[in-house]
Design a protein. Structure first.
Length: 292
């Protein structure tokens, strides 16, 4: 994520991978504290497979774009390392503050509704803000923004899945294969993570990216800032509704209702949009090739 030229850029090229690696390793240490070292190992395998599928889908969408490979890798690395690490730290600190100043009961619903979506979507969106400030002219259009945003989300989901999948696998192993309750929780976790919401985090960052992409076409500073914030706030709002439905809602089926009524329509709308953009870009390149 270098922003300068000459020796400064060379130093950034060395420091950025080291810092990203340190942040990711620290996050894994935290995960190990929750699941045990075996949980990290167990969660890494399915998380890597899932990340390859999700990241591969976004790379396929952007195959016509002339994005630099290093920038695409940086997008994934930011989501997996610093976005995840900063979200973990800020959530723990804010949760402790809310519990101490208000009450644990208030924090029970305030964290999934406000703290988690604001911190996670905010830190994920910082990479897009960096692109907006320093690399805006190198981003060719809406699809390019979406591809970078999706890779940030894929990286974040990768690190998060190590925790959730690793915790489910270690709980199942500790309970024994004959424990129906542990087996059910394992199946539900894998179904949720691998079937229902593998694209959840990429979708949320895509909404932020769409707002920032729209802002680049505006001339006034207020309009640019407003559109960029609107995209990020929309991502935070949808994320908050989803987390609250799953963690703090009283209806056990509310999460599935929100999924069907909100997330599926939003996902299908974005999917149709990106496929149309990809097809348009492919036609443009084919036409220019024939003309040349």
């Amino acid at each position: 994520m270098q922003t300068s030229t000459g020796p400064g850029r060379s130093r950034a090229r060395i420091l950025w991978p080291l810092l990203a690696g340190a942040a990711w390793i620290t996050s894994m240490v935290w995960v190990a504290a929750q699941t045990g070292p075996g949980g990290v190992v167990a969660g890494l395998v399915p998380s890597c497979v899932l990340a390859l599928v999700v990241a591969g889908a976004f790379l396929w969408l952007g195959r016509w774009e002339r994005a630099r490979p290093g920038r695409l890798v940086s997008a994934f690395a930011w989501g997996a390392s610093w976005a995840a690490f900063c979200a973990l730290c800020s959530q723990a600190a804010l949760q402790a503050l809310v519990d101490a100043t208000v009450s644990t009961g208030f924090g029970h619903w305030f964290r999934p509704l406000v703290i988690t979506p604001v911190t996670e979507e905010g830190f994920k969106a910082l990479f897009l803000v960096w692109l907006w400030v320093y690399r805006r002219r190198q981003i060719t259009g809406l699809l390019d923004w979406i591809v970078h945003a999706g890779l940030v989300g894929a990286g974040f989901a990768f690190t998060e899945n190590v925790l959730y999948l690793g915790k489910a696998l270690t709980a199942f192993a500790a309970a024994g294969t004959s424990d129906a309750h542990a087996a059910g929780r394992l199946l539900i976790t894998f179904f949720l993570r691998t079937v229902m919401i593998p694209f959840f985090h990429p979708l949320m960052v895509t909404l932020s990216g769409a707002g920032i992409a729209a802002s680049t076409r505006m001339r006034g500073r207020a309009a640019r800032t407003g559109l960029a914030l609107a995209g990020v706030l929309l991502a935070m709002a949808l994320h908050g509704v989803w987390d609250w439905a799953g963690l703090a809602g009283s209806d056990p089926y509310l999460i599935y209702k929100i999924y069907a009524a909100v997330l599926v329509p939003v996902f299908l709308t974005v999917l149709i949009l990106v496929l149309a953009l990809r097809r348009r870009d492919g036609r443009t390149i084919a036409t220019s090739t024939q003309a040349g």
